[in-house]
Write a protein that binds this ligand. Structure first.
Ligand code: NAP
Length: 287
């Protein structure tokens, strides 16, 4: 791909950003579709966040992704929020249009699309482990899928309780529990989502649940994608449950962001191949 005076910019901002595979995903799709756009990543210290966002606006970028720890902090720097970002109160994708920064949350779509392929009927109680940004996206995705009962289990229970306060409404029953009690609730859940880094490399021997705590007729989605088969997914398989790894939501959120920036559909087969190669390389680099 030739970079020239008309090349436009998309990027990722966060702190850290080193392990993100978004540059590989989006650049491969821009190249495949012959778009004159490059995707870079920028590690921004929090004291520079405002200036960085103003700079991106002045530079007339196509848009950008936002990752840890700025998915909530970015909101006050944007001009408009779409309905999913408003509902989630977290933003992972920004589009610059007519000099306005518009915030979206494509993690919601990523999680929703991943669960829609489930072989199980999506009803009954859902359990989300974690109460951070990914957990917020999971709540909204589950709500959009028609789930009526959600339990949030978190290490610091007050954060789970805060999420319940934000999202609890007439047609959605929610409860917060501590991570220590998680097994009691998982045994009666039909959907289980891990939205914490538990089990992520280099602590891949950890799992929030063992097979005894996972119903055989449940669907278990682990948002961790490094390794692809986490200890939790091994335990879920042992229990006979359906398992979905973190790559599907990762790819689907990228697809949705790409569509928002370009109005075009990126090639999913290429994204899958690039993601799998990048993750293999990541493991090798870190060893
Ligand atoms: P976050 O906002 O920082 O929240 C982290 C959550 O994990 C909090 O609930 C935190 O509990 C919990 N946690 C962290 N370390 C823990 C530990 N050692 N033991 C128990 N709980 C722990 O992060 P996030 O954005 O929600 O991301 C969470 C995970 O999802 C990450 O692994 C991220 O890579 C993954 N993710 C994947 C996708 C995807 O598309 N596959 C998308 C988004 C995120 P406390 O509140 O008690 O600190």
């Amino acid at each position: 791909m030739e970079i020239n005076s008309e090349t436009r910019l998309c990027c990722l901002i966060g702190h850290p950003v080193k392990h993100s595979i978004s540059p590989q995903l989006h650049n491969s799709a821009f190249k495949h579709l012959g778009l004159n756009i490059v995707y870079l990543s920028f590690d921004i210290e929090s004291r520079y966040l405002r200036r960085a966002v103003e700079g991106l606006k002045s530079l007339n970028v196509v848009g950008f992704n936002v990752t840890i720890p700025y998915k909530v902090a970015i909101i006050k720097l944007l001009d408009v929020l779409d309905s999913t970002a408003k509902e989630t109160r977290a933003v992972n994708t920004v589009v610059l249009k007519n000099n306005e920064l518009i915030g979206y949350n494509t993690d919601v779509e990523g999680i929703k699309r991943s669960l829609l392929d489930s072989r199980n009927t999506l009803d009954g109680r859902a359990l989300i482990i974690g109460a951070g940004g990914a957990a917020r996206a999971a709540v909204v995705a589950l709500k959009n899928l028609g789930i009526k009962e959600i339990v949030i289990a978190n290490r610091r229970i007050w954060r789970a309780a805060a999420l319940v306060r934000i999202f609890k409404m007439n047609d959605l029953e929610m409860k917060s529990v501590s991570l220590a009690e998680v097994g009691r609730y998982s045994r009666t859940s039909s959907i289980i989502i891990n939205a914490t880094p538990i089990g992520m490399w280099p602590r891949q021997d950890e799992t929030p649940l063992s097979s005894n705590d996972i119903p055989g007729n449940s669907t278990v989605l682990d948002l961790v994608y490094n390794p692809l088969k986490t200890k939790l997914l091994e335990e879920a398989e042992k229990a006979g449950a359906e398992t979905i790894n973190g790559l599907k939501p990762l790819i689907e959120q990228a697809v949705k962001s790409f569509e928002l920036w370009t109005g075009l559909h990126p090639p999913r087969d290429i994204l899958w191949r690039v993601a799998e190669e990048a993750l293999k390389k990541w493991g090798r680099d870190e060893d």
